[in-house]
Design a protein around this ligand. Structure first.
Ligand code: SF4
Length: 319
């Protein structure tokens, strides 16, 4: 009898037959990070594992995991570990996802409590298979997390819900402290980098949340180094300000595997500082721009700064 051949399912079946994308730019010193190995890192890992939670820190292979998890700052990823989209920058597993787990809201709430998070960031895979894109599940996670963690502020980083009707209302009604939805890149690159998304749908979602509830902080992020020009980045900043977005993050794109989009160039720390200057001049309340900036990097500290910046702005308007 023939022995069956064991095949390992690729994380990204849609990319498996693509030719490798070779990044020729040399990784600069400012990108290097230490391997995660502190006792606190392992303790965070144990908590996440014991509660059967997924994190974007692990799934996306984030370079900051050593630093963040040492401080117990894990970013939970809900609605499973399998994404229905196939973005060319993202390392999250793709394919047909499982049904939603009704106990997940409680597990996220418990994870927040066990890690002692004062500010929790919750993101998700894209769930284009669901009739509301997963909006109600997000709302349930927010509600349960708040019930069990009085005083913890909640930041969500959501997909675009595939523009499904009513999703923005459901999310705004659950009142996250921060609503984050990343534009990821400039509109010209959407077809290659974020083919399942539409630039103006994403922009509109950010604007809608602010229109429904202006007290919710809105936030968005860009990766650079994908071939965008400085002028295009500045245009995106203007578009975000026109949608009344409060907080902008900009970080360097890193190629997760040779099947993903290649790094066109490494943007220098000086260029990031320049982007930050431009963004502040354009009126964002808060800007974080550096090679290792990620949406959830230092999110708790940044939230405090965001809140203070709004208070200072209101005081100025009332003076
Ligand atoms: S930057 Fe965000 S995704 Fe990366 S390790 Fe920190 S919390 Fe996780």
């Amino acid at each position: 009898m023939d022995t069956p051949i064991q095949t390992i399912k690729p994380r990204h079946p849609e990319k498996a037959h693509r030719p490798d994308q070779v990044t020729t730019a040399k990784r600069p010193d400012w990108i290097r990070v230490k391997a995660p190995n502190s006792p606190q890192y392992h303790a965070t890992r144990e908590t996440v594992k014991a509660l059967k939670l997924h994190t974007v820190c692990e799934e996306a292979g984030c370079p900051n995991i050593g630093e963040c998890w040492t401080q117990k700052h894990a970013t939970f990823m809900i609605m499973g570990d399998t994404c229905t989209r196939a973005c060319s920058f993202c390392n999250v597993k793709t394919g047909k996802p499982d049904a939603l787990d009704p106990f997940e809201p409680l597990r996220v709430a418990t994870g927040t409590m066990e890690l002692g998070l004062k500010h929790v960031v919750i993101t998700s895979v894209d769930r284009d298979d669901l009739d509301d894109g997963g909006a109600r599940h997000f709302a349930d996670v927010i509600t349960k997390t708040r019930q069990k963690n009085k005083g913890t502020t909640i930041e969500i980083l959501t997909p675009d819900f595939k523009n499904k009707p009513g999703a923005a209302e459901v999310i705004a009604k659950a009142r996250p402290d921060v609503f984050n939805h990343n534009l990821e890149t400039v509109p010209r690159l959407y077809l290659t980098i974020r083919p399942g998304a539409r630039y103006f749908t994403s922009l509109r979602l950010l604007q809608e949340i602010k229109e429904i509830d202006p007290s919710i902080f809105t936030k968005s992020g860009l990766m650079v180094g994908l071939g965008e020009t400085k002028e295009e980045v500045l245009q995106v900043m203007d578009d975000l300000r026109a949608a009344d977005v409060d907080f902008l993050t900009i970080g360097q794109y890193l190629q997760p595997t040779p099947k993903h989009a290649k790094v066109e160039r490494y943007v220098t720390p000086e260029e990031f500082a320049e982007y930050e200057k431009f963004a502040r001049a354009k009126g964002f309340l808060m800007v974080s721009a550096s090679p290792l900036t990620r949406s959830s990097y230092h999110a708790g500290d940044d939230f405090e700064k965001l809140r203070s910046a709004r208070e200072a702005q209101l005081a100025k308007q009332q003076a």
